[in-house]
Design a protein around this ligand. Sequence first.
Ligand code: AMP
Length: 145
Amino acid sequence: MIRLQSGENLQVRIQDLMIPSERVAHVQVNNSLEHALLVLTKSGYSAIPVLDPKYRLQGLISTPIILDSILGLERIEFELLEKKRVEEVMNKKISRLTIDSSIDKCIELLIDNPFLCIVGKEGYFEGIVTRRSVLLYLNSHIKEK
Ligand code: AMP
């Protein structure tokens, strides 16, 4: 049974849980959907961040979004993959955190998002926090008890 002491604060910061930007697979706003699908398929992730040429976070792109955008009435229009740009179809309404955000807020947002993007000043992309990284921390925290 998991028993946590009431009033106990989690002594962990966003930066302790973050996968830094250098290790995060991403695409650029002006990449083709074909390129994005290649990166998604090769990396094995179902969604990844979209950045602008200055490495500012602009949105998220996922395999379902790409497939939905090339669905015609009677067939999948694969030829659109090389014509359409990521910025035309990406999800722009995304939750984001900063390095100073609270862990409580992070855990709350991870209920509905498999990962969260961390941004710095003027939206520069710093990295991501995933459900896995939070669960790994909580698991080791519980076992220390
Ligand atoms: P996880 O909790 O490790 O299963 O990761 C949840 C989601 O976060 C994955 O499905 C990806 O969409 C994203 N993700 C995790 N690690 C990376 C990474 N290194 N680069 C890009 N996206 C990632």
